[in-house]
Design a protein around this ligand. Sequence first.
Ligand code: ADP
Ligand code: G6P
Length: 472
Amino acid sequence: MTGRSSFLIVANRLPVDRTIEPDGTASWRRSPGGLVTAIAPVMQRRHGAWAGWHGAPDEKLEPFQQDGMNLIPIPLSAREVELYYEGFSNATLWPLYHDVVATPVFDRQMWEAYQSVNQRFAEAAAEAAEEGAVVWVQDYQLQLVPAMLRRLRPDLRIGFFLHIPFPPTELFWRLPWRKDIVEGLLGADLVGFQLPGGASNFRRLCRRLLGLPYKGNEIFLDDRIVTTQAFPISVDFAHLDALVREPHIVARAKEIRIELGEPEHVLLGVDRLDYTKGIGQRLEGFGELLKDGRLRPGEAVFVQIATPSRERVDEYRKLRDDIELQVGRINGEHAQLGYQPIWYFHQSYNQEELAALYLAADVMVVTPLRDGMNLVAKEYISCHHDLQGALVLSEFTGAADELRQSYLVNPYDVEDIKRQLLNAMRATPHELARRMRTMRRRVATYDVDRWANEFLTALESPASATSTRRSA
Ligand code: ADP
Ligand code: G6P
């Protein structure tokens, strides 16, 4: 790839991840997580470039093309991976922004690495963007990039979207570098959040921390206006809807149910193995239903797919041990010959296998303690044109704002989880169809293309972008 782009995505990760196999050969895999799921289809339909880390430390790569996308790899040293990615991004910001469900680490070396890596991303973007280009910076790993990039290239139109929740002022206030982060974000023309609550947290913080006035969605700086707005992210509904109608996916879904022993109810969880996802809470609820005898042996199986994630960060290591112990205990206590209550997979799957799993599942169980949006919930809805299937959904996800016809739960309340799991399993087909129809209408209308179009339209004319999208 040569030349500069008029449209540039800047994200910590590229959509593909370079992995080194045990025999030493390098290969490419799809990167984990919701950001890549959302941005990849958007990018494939637009001309532009995507700058990001390629997932391997200490390796410099030239720009290349893959799946119709122009990719610009940005190198990170092993030490930067440790301090900037595992450290400041995932041991400081991630828990702080997710309601401190784990304790954030505040470490000056990590902060220094975060600054210097953000500077590198800003320089790469400045180099790759043509005069007047639109640059869309993504997520919490790169919050300093908007201001750094503006200093280098004041001609650019700069957008920023935060995929995770923006915390209440009281929590954000703990951050020793709170002012720098807010000033970094204010380098953008448009700062997007998942929910209106995140946008208003940010505006209030700007007033309290920097004394900046705001009115409606607009924050007034000395020389310009920054627009803040909610844009709830979504999935490629049409693609998933078409995929699950394909005969080989339908056949695979049937096969999965047979492989699971044809239980009455298949319950499914699909997550990165992350402590924000409430995996332990849902398994506890399921285990207690078996123990209380409210589920008969053999009546229901729980399939939990947990993608390996951030495995060198302490909290994630501990979580893996905890979940695996819990699965072992529940299976140990309730399995019978020919019946295993929980099927646990610490593996990644391709989209076709995931679609077949969604189709095969009667109840999708999504119980995060906090989640910016949760695309898994919307993917499940997209896969059920049969209008069957129930979604049990945590009130603490962004998706809960839109998917009001799900079986909403407070994941901190194990009795509530148990009650809603049973309600979902015992619902009539008519009741399921009523709920599913409304949720499908919502996801079909607000799909990922609409999300990107609304953001980019607002970015190109931020002063006129004052309307906030309503939830269903
Ligand atoms: P997060 O971004 O925090 O990981 P989301 O639910 O928003 O959470 O997005 C997760 C994305 O990762 C979804 O698109 C989902 O399909 C995908 N995913 C989750 N688990 C797996 C897995 N085991 N294999 C492949 N893809 C997965
Ligand atoms: C979430 C974050 C993304 C991140 C993804 C996967 O979706 O919002 O920014 O890319 O998780 O996490 P990882 O650390 O593997 O990139």
